[in-house]
Design a protein around this ligand. Structure first.
Ligand SMILES: [Zn+2]
Length: 76
């Protein structure tokens, strides 16, 4: 599970950072506070769906990498 999470995060980051762009993030919440995050590549409209844990890992990785690409945290 941990390695699958990791590879999804890396896949998204390398996709976006390969182009030097930020993905658009949409949060979808259903009942019972089940939220997923959909990251859309603005260039080719590829979408990546993440559960909350994966999204948080992606935010952390984006910050660690420190490049002007990846995703921005949602405004709180
Ligand atoms: Zn793309």
């Amino acid at each position: 599970m941990a390695s699958e999470q990791h590879s999804l995060v890396e896949t998204i980051l390398s996709h976006l950072c390969g182009k030097g762009i930020y993905g658009d993030v949409t949060e979808w919440c259903e009942m019972r506070h089940d939220c997923v995050y959909v990251v859309t590549c603005p260039e080719c409209n590829d979408t990546f769906t993440l559960v909350e844990d994966e999204y948080e890992a992606l935010v952390r990785r984006s910050e660690e990498v420190g490049l002007a690409c990846g995703i921005r945290p949602l405004p709180v």
